[in-house]
Write a protein of this length. Structure first.
Length: 46
C-alpha cells in the first residue's frame, strides 16, 4: 500500500519564500547572495 501522503510532500518548495525575511535581518546587505541564487535559478528555468 503506497502512502497517499508521499505525493503530498512536494509542497516543500513553499519554504523558499521565507528568504525574503532574511534580507531584512541582514543589516550588512539587504540583497543576500542566497536569495539572489534562487532568483537566477528561476530565471534560467523560464
Amino acid at each position: 500500500m503506497r502512502p497517499s501522503n508521499g505525493p503530498a510532500l512536494p509542497p516543500r518548495p513553499s519554504p523558499p519564500p521565507p528568504p525574503r525575511s532574511s534580507p531584512r535581518s541582514s543589516p550588512s546587505g539587504h540583497k543576500c547572495p542566497l536569495s539572489d541564487r534562487p532568483l537566477l535559478g528561476q530565471r534560467e528555468r523560464m
